[in-house]
Ligand binder design. Structure first.
Ligand SMILES: Cc1ncc(COP(=O)(O)O)c(C=O)c1O
Length: 315
């Protein structure tokens, strides 16, 4: 496979901003990378992955974009919005049954008009995978050319978005005269973190990358990050790979009051809203460990606007 061209769909570069009042509260210098402002499909981290997936989809000559996740999934909304913006048909597999109006992203998906949604009828996230295979087989039988991406869009192609983001961050940090000691983010399917790790493996002396695991056990996250980051570097044919310091911390069973306090602190000090499932958990984790003497820290604001209005439990 060759490196797909990136199709510009997101508003990049996103701002890199100092968070003075949050820094003062935490006693650690914090900067924010505002990837909640990427634009397409309510914004968020997945917009960077989708640019490369759309490139690969185009290069494969595909005529329908197929993916899946949960009815509140940031990835699904971003991917389907990008497909609409490209004039591409889209088929989505969502776990569960069609949710009541106003409780998920399905109302927004319905507006896109370019897609068919299939519900698995099971609340299990993994129920998406076999139905994705069946949708793909049906499309092929119909003479269509589907481009299929698994749940979360995580994989070497999607990770290229955050490999490129490392260059963007470096450039902005250099101009701001700042050198980050750590980059902190929420890790779900781990594609975002894998991209950052791969990006920093191309250079020596990068920051510590810390992922707060919100869905998957730490060991599974580690395996995914290692695997996806190496595959992304293989894809890019990077031969010189430097060691990177990275770690995954556990926030699988967070204290809801700590998570809520973190979200309120970010809102009160910086006027930035963190979603309850990812960003707030990652910040709660950072706050708990802020005394460990790191700084300056770059906190990646990954978006999740849909979850601000529909509650948690995306996919
Ligand atoms: C808002 C938000 N932040 C962070 C993440 C985690 O990203 P990843 O799945 O690449 O680990 C997700 C994943 O869906 C997300 O929706």
């Amino acid at each position: 496979m060759t490196v797909p061209a990136r199709i510009a769909l997101a508003n990049l570069p996103t701002p890199l901003t100092f968070a003075p009042r949050l820094s003062e509260e935490l006693g650690t210098t914090i900067w924010l990378k505002r990837d909640d402002l990427t634009g397409i499909g309510l914004g968020g981290n997945k917009a960077r992955a989708v640019e490369f997936h759309m490139g690969a989809c185009h290069e494969a000559g595909a005529d329908v974009f197929v993916t899946g996740g949960g009815p509140r999934s940031n990835w699904v909304l971003t991917a389907a919005s990008a497909a609409a913006a490209r004039g591409l048909d889209c088929e989505l597999v969502l776990f569960g049954d069609r949710p009541p109006a106003g409780t998920s992203g399905v109302d927004l998906l319905d507006r896109l008009g370019n897609l068919r949604i299939h519900f698995t009828g099971s609340p299990v996230r993994a129920s998406v995978d076999p139905l994705l295979d069946r949708v793909k087989a049906r499309l092929v039988d119909e003479g269509r050319r589907p481009y299929v991406v698994g749940r979360g869009g995580a994989g070497p192609v999607g990770a290229l978005g955050y490999v490129a983001a490392v260059d963007e961050i470096d450039d902005q940090a250099r101009r701001a005269g700042i050198r980050f000691d750590a980059v902190w983010l929420a890790a779900g399917s781990c594609g975002t973190m894998a991209g950052l790790v791969a990006g920093y493996r191309r250079q020596s002396g990068g920051p510590l990358v810390v992922g707060t695991a919100v869905h998957r056990p730490i060991e599974e996250c580690r395996r995914r990050i290692e695997g996806i980051s190496e595959e992304a570097l293989d894809l890019l044919e990077v031969t010189r790979r430097y060691p990177v310091r990275w770690q995954v911390t556990d926030q699988l069973d967070p204290d809801p009051s700590e998570v809520d306090a973190a979200a309120r602190l970010m809102a009160r000090t910086e006027g930035v809203f963190l979603d309850p499932e990812y960003g707030s958990c990652a910040l709660a984790d950072l706050i708990r460990r802020a005394g460990e003497g790191r700084g300056p820290v770059l906190f990646l604001v990954t978006g999740g606007t849909l979850n601000l209005f529909c509650g948690s439990s995306a996919a």
